[in-house]
Design a protein around this ligand. Structure first.
Ligand SMILES: NC(=O)c1ccc[n+]([C@@H]2O[C@H](COP(=O)([O-])OP(=O)(O)OC[C@H]3O[C@@H](n4cnc5c(N)ncnc54)[C@H](O)[C@@H]3O)[C@@H](O)[C@H]2O)c1
Ligand SMILES: CC(C)[C@H](C(=O)O)[C@@H](O)C(=O)O
Ligand SMILES: [Mg+2]
Length: 352
């Protein structure tokens, strides 16, 4: 089994250290671990946020664990050299089109949610976010209008094959859960969304046992806060999924808790090749201070164990250790508690 670790920038290396300690404690037989540079650190060391050797390392692995990228010192670079291009490049180059972002209540955290405890208790949603298309990957640029103004543009588009493949992922996910799928779009305004909705409806014919609904994204943002328990699986495009998942994190309690898996079609000897990362970013405001919550990173490792290495038992062990630490009141600053990054790592290890 081969895993590539890409810690990245900001809090990335700090939280990756804790995930690495958990990984080492599992003592998986025959595991080989590589480490590579991505993001701002890669730009500074190699002149590019996604060096060729990093990409090669990812391709050779069964799964990639990704910390976070983003460095304020790189904000003025040309777009193709910015740290965020590493993550977009990896997703595109590796064909990772399906992003699973689960958000589930943790026992003992109801009071930390931005919602009322009785509402927070109901959350068990899986956001299936399309990851290779949408406005993220359309033609973009800066041009001058006829009257001499600057105009920025980003083309939003989806091909039906792109919608269909993510639809199948979402319907199949719903089969393994509560059989409810809500497709989120903006079909009242966007042609991209009309096609999205049409293809979702066509695909539904293959899944008669799944209860399908549709919701406009503005309403979905509101409903996620009002009554999150109504959702089982949400399927949505790249941009809407990005925003809704950060919002879902605060319903659970903190962005420091939500993990994600980016999957494609490539199968490895042990499962599906994927890249796993917290949904949060490099948090420059707290980087280097030992304050970051490493739980989202550790839970991302659990997803890697499950999907790419076929180690369901180990995945559950890690998830239970995190849940137990939270239940025991081990709370980081993001949850209003005093625990630092290392202390949270220690607490998870002790419960493994
Ligand atoms: N996957 C990624 O690598 C990824 C994701 C999102 C943003 N980014 C990048 O990260 C940089 C910062 O972006 P941002 O500030 O908008 O979002 P962010 O997610 O990095 O931070 C938002 C807020 O949440 C806090 N936070 C995030 N993760 C935390 C954790 N584990 N523990 C405690 N607090 C945490 C931060 O301190 C900050 O106050 C930008 O360069 C952005 O492009 C990268
Ligand atoms: C850093 C950025 C490109 C990325 C995204 O928008 O997909 C991040 O916000 C995420 O949620 O993974
Ligand atoms: Mg995001």
């Amino acid at each position: 089994m081969k895993i590539a670790l890409f810690p990245g920038d900001g809090i990335g290396p700090e939280i990756m250290d804790e995930a690495r300690r958990v990984l080492d404690a599992l003592d998986l037989p025959g595991l080989v671990v590589f480490e590579g540079d991505v993001g701002g650190i890669a730009y500074k060391r190699h002149g590019h946020p996604l060096p060729e050797e990093t990409l090669t390392m990812a391709r050779a692995a069964d799964g990639v664990l990704f910390g976070a990228v983003g460095d304020p010192e790189c904000d003025n670079l040309e777009r193709h050299l910015r740290p965020e291009q590493a993550i977009l490049g990896l997703r595109a180059e590796l064909g990772l089109f399906a992003n699973l972002r689960p958000a589930t209540t943790f026992a003992g955290l109801e009071d930390m949610s931005a919602l009322k405890p009785e509402i927070a208790r109901e959350i068990d949603v899986l956001i299936v976010r399309e990851l290779n298309g949408d406005v993220y990957f359309g033609e973009k640029g800066m041009r001058e209008t006829a009257n001499g103004e600057r105009e920025g543009y980003d083309l939003m588009s989806y091909a039906e094959s792109e919608v269909r493949r993510i639809a199948h992922v979402a319907f199949r996910a719903a089969q393994g859960r509560k059989h409810r799928l809500c497709s989120v779009d903006k079909a009242n305004v966007l042609e991209t969304s009309q096609l999205w909705r049409d293809v979702i409806i066509e695909t539904a014919a293959d899944y008669p046992e799944i209860e399908l609904s549709h919701m406009y994204v503005d309403n979905a943002a509101m409903q996620l806060v009002k009554k999150p328990g109504q959702f089982d699986v949400i399927v949505t495009g790249n941009l809407f999924g990005d925003i809704l998942s950060d919002q879902a994190s605060m319903c659970v309690g903190s962005i420091g808790l939500l993990a994600s898996a980016a999957l494609g079609e490539r199968q490895t000897e042990f499962g599906t090749f994927g890249m796993y990362e917290p949904i949060h970013g490099s948090a420059p405001d707290i980087a280097g201070q030992g304050k970051a919550n490493p739980m989202a990173m550790i839970l991302s490792l659990a997803m890697l164990l499950r999907h790419s290495l076929g180690r369901e038992d180990d995945a559950v062990r890690v998830e239970n250790a995190v849940a137990k630490a939270l239940e025991d009141g081990v709370l980081g600053g993001d949850l209003g508690g005093p625990a630092g990054t290392r202390e949270i790592g220690d607490a998870v290890l002790a419960r493994l």
